[in-house]
Ligand binder design. Structure first.
Ligand code: ATP
Ligand code: MG
Length: 577
């Protein structure tokens, strides 16, 4: 954890170093105060020396002001340093997450990544803000008070020899449990965030299926579990307070008993006894404060471990050390004996097994098959969203793993099955495809995707802002914008994963028409459920379970493939009704 703090304090080192100096000065000022007070009680009051009282009073005021100044400076520098550290750490996490592959994100879950970047980082900055202050104050306080107490009366100070070890033992016991429990707390924060995130993303589905009550119960469960975890830690921590108070009172009573007898015997001054009691309280207080901040530290430690896990993760899709010499982009795709499953450690069946497939450059290919047979999985291997677990995927004759990822994905336009738009204008969304596209290119892509007329019918046209994820558009409009965005990129391979499902047949035919006209050299791969979407393809591939169960043109398959005939029949019936 120290390493992490040092690394991410960059730029805030001076504040982190000078803050504690001011904090220490503040404590020293506070500690001298009771001594001056004792001097007044013991020296001035018995003699009725008002000048002495006035001078000492002035000194005390000056000391108080100095202590205040140091206090403010220390707190300001401390907060500056810890918040700066937090900002650095969040940025480092964010940058790391950007390098993650789909599989890495599956592994951590996006909810957990959010918790780690926000809540866990917060725990660490809080520990730094509070902890730093206490970690400086308490030891200084302890040391100064001990020295003064021993100097005032070394015999009385023996009380501390009994009480301090006792407190340390109690605190250590409570801490041991605390560290374990805080780890649990963070895990449950994850769980709550996961339910929350899932619910928010799918809020429309939840409402459509009237599942609010179910979701509420689910949330309640993880919320209760989190509360339980917090309670468990909380009960331990609050029990610390009363136990410590008992110790403190016992110590004060012992000092009063022995010290009182000394005062009565004339061996100790009353003012000094008063000051001594004050110092005893401060010593015990600081022991307690250290223990509290150690608890905070244990929470931060749990968070630090979770943050480090993300920072240390090796993204499982990395650029090749020595990229191959890249051929010009033509758009030829080849699967050589490809097998795939989502998690290498997963023992289940392969999602795809031993797929051999060659798609010549410029061909219009369609993939059809039941749901869950692996169509999306198959095309996700081309831009390396996942890596094949067996065999190789080649683009233009070169293994996709030998491309720098950026270059590979430049060559591929992909409209994902559940694609998203961003909170920006339509124009900005389309320009994701090609940042420096001209107005003509923009209009052309919109026209090709049959999106132009509806964009123009919007009051602000291309400058219409889209709300989060494009909620202010219909499903079919969103799909057409996503297609336009991918087409603007003019990729060598254009992949549409079920991207015209919400578009009516006439519009779909028009989109296909523009593919033929304007994307002659582009390899187009579409995944679709409807025969009408695939029948004009140069080649149709039927995927079943985990393998290719047939390929050919519409006519060939209709004549000789039972599965295709069945799909065709079932959709004809639908039309006939
Ligand atoms: N991220 C993932 N992690 C683990 N398993 C997954 C993941 N995505 C899909 N699967 C599993 O892989 C199999 C193939 O899924 P895939 O999404 O490729 O099907 P599909 O043919 O595209 O289906 P659909 O027509 O419904 O889109 C399914 O059994 C699914 O449960
Ligand atoms: Mg799919």
């Amino acid at each position: 954890m120290l390493n992490m703090i040092r690394q991410h304090l960059k730029g805030y080192g001076r504040q982190a170093a000078t803050g504690p100096v001011f904090m220490a000065l503040e404590v020293v000022c506070e500690m001298i105060m009771p001594l001056l007070m004792a001097a007044i009680v013991d020296n001035a009051i018995p003699r009725g020396d008002t000048t002495y009282i006035f001078l000492m009073g002035a000194a005390m005021t000056a000391l108080a002001l100095l202590s205040m100044f140091c206090g403010i400076m220390g707190a300001k520098l401390g907060i500056g340093a810890s918040q700066g550290f937090g900002a650095n750490l969040r940025l480092a996490l964010f940058e790391k997450i950007q390098t993650f592959s789909f599989a890495d994100i599956d592994k951590f879950s996006s909810a957990s990544l959010i918790t780690r970047t926000t809540n866990d980082v917060n725990n660490m900055t809080m520990m730094l803000t509070m902890g730093l202050r206490i970690m400086v104050r308490a030891p200084v306080m302890l040391l100064v008070a001990l020295v003064i107490a021993v100097a005032l009366n070394s015999t009385l100070a023996l009380v501390l020899v009994v009480i301090i070890p006792l407190m340390v033992v109690i605190i250590a016991g409570i801490m041991k449990v605390g560290i374990r429990l805080f780890g649990q707390v963070q895990k449950r924060v994850d769980a709550v965030n996961e339910v929350l995130q899932e619910n928010l993303v799918a809020i429309r589905v939840v409402k459509a299926f009237v599942r609010q009550d179910f979701e509420k119960k689910k949330f309640q469960r993880s919320n209760d579990e989190l509360t339980d975890a917090f309670l468990k830690v909380g009960v331990r921590i609050v029990s610390l307070m009363p136990i410590m108070t008992v110790c403190m009172n016992a110590a004060t009573a012992a000092v009063l008993f022995f010290g009182g007898r000394m005062v009565m015997g004339g061996r100790f001054d009353l003012g000094s006894l008063q000051a001594f009691i004050g110092y005893i309280a401060q010593i015990l207080m600081s022991v307690m404060m250290v223990s509290m901040s150690l608890l905070q530290l244990s929470r931060a430690q749990a968070s630090a471990r979770r943050i480090q896990e993300v920072l240390d993760a090796q993204p499982d899709i990395q650029d090749p050390a020595a990229p191959a010499a890249l051929p010009a982009a033509r758009g030829e795709v080849e699967f050589r004996d490809v097998s795939f499953k989502y998690s290498a450690s997963h023992t289940g069946d392969d999602v795809l097994s031993h797929i051999d497939l060659h798609i010549p450059a410029g061909q219009f290919t369609a993939i059809i098959g039941g749901t869950g047979v692996g169509k999306s999985s198959l095309v996700n291997l081309i831009p390396r969203f996942y890596d094949a677990t067996g065999g190789a995927v080649l683009l233009d004759g070169v293994d996709v793993r030998d491309y720098p990822t950026r270059e590979l994905r430049e060559r591929i336009g992909m409209v994902l099955q559940n694609n998203v738009l961003f909170s920006a204008t339509i124009r900005e969304n389309l320009l994701w495809g090609k940042a420096d596209a001209t107005e003509e290119e923009l209009v052309q892509a919109a026209k090709d995707a049959q999106a132009y007329s509806f964009i123009m019918s919007l009051p602000q046209g291309f400058d219409t802002p889209l709300d989060q994820g494009g909620v202010n558009l219909s499903g079919g409009q969103k799909q057409r914008l996503c297609i336009a965005r991918a087409m603007l990129k003019k990729p060598a391979v254009l992949i549409l994963d079920d991207s015209t499902s919400a578009v009516d047949s006439a519009t779909e035919a028009a989109i296909r028409e523009s593919f033929y006209k304007n994307l002659k050299d582009t390899t187009v791969i579409i995944i679709a459920q409807r025969i009408s979407s695939v029948r004009y393809a140069d080649e149709i591939i039927i995927l079943e379970d985990d393998h290719i169960a047939g390929r050919g043109t519409h006519e060939e398959l209709l004549a000789g493939n039972a599965i295709y005939q069945e799909i065709y029949q079932s959709q004809q019936e639908g039309v006939g009704e």
